[in-house]
Ligand binder design. Structure first.
Ligand code: ADP
Length: 452
């Protein structure tokens, strides 16, 4: 049974129980008090009848006259005056002994069978005791009660139907966002992993669920894209030097009489083999970095200290590099510099960016500025190098893409895509500003609150 049906059923059952209790309550009290007025009328008649029939005084005639003139005859009204102790078979039906017990105790007694009512009392006349009983029908009160009963039963069934309809509409309305999420998620396949769920404003559970799905899709897409590009680009990059190598081998085999040509071919083969080795080493680094971030622990790292480590490791690769770290915009609160990150990955990402800055500026001064805002920490790496042509900027995060002005520089186009993946993994972003011939600024933004 789906949730909508369960909610509807629960809603209907709850409504039924409440309405049933309420109807029972109304019915009980109506039943209790509906005939009170009629009993009062019967009791007045009992007293008057006793007065007229049992006591012989001058008022009797007046009472009798008044009764005949002003006291309306009730439906099927009958009067019984019985000597105490001789009640058998004197009435139209046998009344319960509790009725007589109450009369004998000196109280006014009441009894009812369907809509036929009895009221009776004990009177003394001379040295004899008499029981005066008046019986009558109350067609109005009884009809009202029957009407009420019918109304309550019809009302009960109508409200059950209504609560079913309302419950069904209500549960469908409440579950609509969930259904939308399910149908949107169903539409997301490997081919359209870029699709995201619509996140409605607010912080309710549905908005949180959609946001959580989107976060998961971000991670999935990153991993998926990386894997896809990795395989296609890597195989392409590996095939190029291999094609050159096999071409040169063929050339060398054919030129077996020309040692100079052979030597030249072997040199080329060596170069390409080295290139192959370099590519494979970088690819391995990319693979080993663990794209999902699970392979390395997430820890609290002081980002300013990490920058010193990065500076040192870039210096090992580019001994001529000049890197200055600008701490002038550091926050007063040191705590803000502590980020929960995957240290090895972030170090790898930032090292790539800083060593690019050194490489593409021929070791001119590179500036690293660290700054915090309300919810993020930014690290801006600025160089005065060759810059990136406008047409290339949008592609430089694609694996193996190299800008058109980088022929003079060694590289494979793997570093930046890897850095972007790592930063995305931390829910951060990379912004890039560059002017060809003037320099480049790459700014990494990391959220202050970690996802792990
Ligand atoms: P590569 O091994 O080619 O440096 P990356 O992935 O690190 O690969 O960078 C991709 C491309 O982005 C580079 O080929 C280059 O064209 C461009 N690029 C990256 N950083 C800079 C920079 N600081 N200055 C100029 N161009 C850059």
């Amino acid at each position: 049974m789906n949730i909508a049906k369960k909610i509807t059923l629960l809603f209907a059952i709850l409504s039924a129980v409440i309405i049933l209790l309420l109807s029972g309550f109304v019915w009980y009290f109506s039943n209790e008090f509906a005939f009170e007025d009629f009993y009062k009328r019967l009791e007045a008649r009992v007293n008057i009848a006793a007065q007229i029939k049992l006591y012989e005084d001058d008022n009797n005639k007046v009472y009798a006259k008044m009764r005949n003139q002003y006291l309306e005859r009730l439906a099927s009204e009958r009067e019984f005056i019985i000597e105490a102790g001789k009640t058998e078979n004197k009435l139209d039906r046998e009344l319960p002994s509790s009725f007589y017990n109450r009369i004998n105790s000196g109280f006014m007694a009441r009894y009812r069978v369907e809509n036929h009512f009895y009221a009776g009392k004990l009177f003394k006349s001379g040295n004899k005791k008499y029981i005066v009983i008046i019986s009558a029908n109350d067609p109005f009160g009884f009809r009202e009660l029957k009407d009420l009963q019918r109304t309550l039963i019809i009302g009960f069934f109508l409200s059950i139907i209504l609560s079913f309809i309302v419950g069904w509409k209500f549960s469908n309305y409440m579950l609509m966002p969930l259904r939308n999420i399910i149908s949107s998620v169903k539409r997301i396949k490997a081919e359209n992993l870029h699709m995201r769920l619509e996140v409605k404003k607010g912080t309710d559970e549905i908005a949180q669920l959609a946001q959580t799905f989107n976060n998961m899709l971000n991670r999935l897409e990153t991993a998926f894209e990386t894997q896809n590009n990795f395989i296609s680009n890597a195989s392409h990059e590996l095939r190029t030097p291999l094609t050159v190598i096999s071409g040169e081998v063929e050339l060398a085999m054919r030129a077996n009489t020309d040692p100079q040509k052979q030597h030249f071919a072997l040199g080329k083969i060596k170069d390409e083999a080295e290139r192959l080795e370099n590519i494979i080493t970088s690819l391995l680094g990319l693979a080993q970095s663990g794209f999902n971030g699970k392979n390395q622990p997430w820890e609290l790292v002081r980002m300013d200290e990490l920058l010193w480590e990065i500076k040192a490791s870039v210096h090992q690769v580019h001994p001529e590099s000049k890197i200055e770290i600008d701490f002038s915009k550091l926050p007063d609160d040191d705590e803000l510099l502590n980020l929960k990150i995957n240290k090895n990955l972030i170090k790898l990402a930032l090292t790539n960016i800083v060593s690019n800055a050194c490489k593409y500026s021929n070791d001119k001064l590179v500036n690293i500025a660290i700054e915090t805002s309300a919810n993020s920490l930014s690290i801006a790496v600025t160089d005065q190098g060759i810059g990136i042509p406008q047409t290339d900027i949008q592609h430089i995060f694609e694996p193996f893409y190299r800008a058109s002005n980088t022929n003079a520089f060694k590289g494979y186009g793997i570093g930046l895509p890897l850095s972007l993946n790592i930063i995305r993994l931390h829910r951060g972003s990379i912004a890039i500003k560059s002017q060809e011939g003037k320099g480049t600024e790459i700014k990494v933004l990391l959220p202050l609150t970690s996802i792990y």
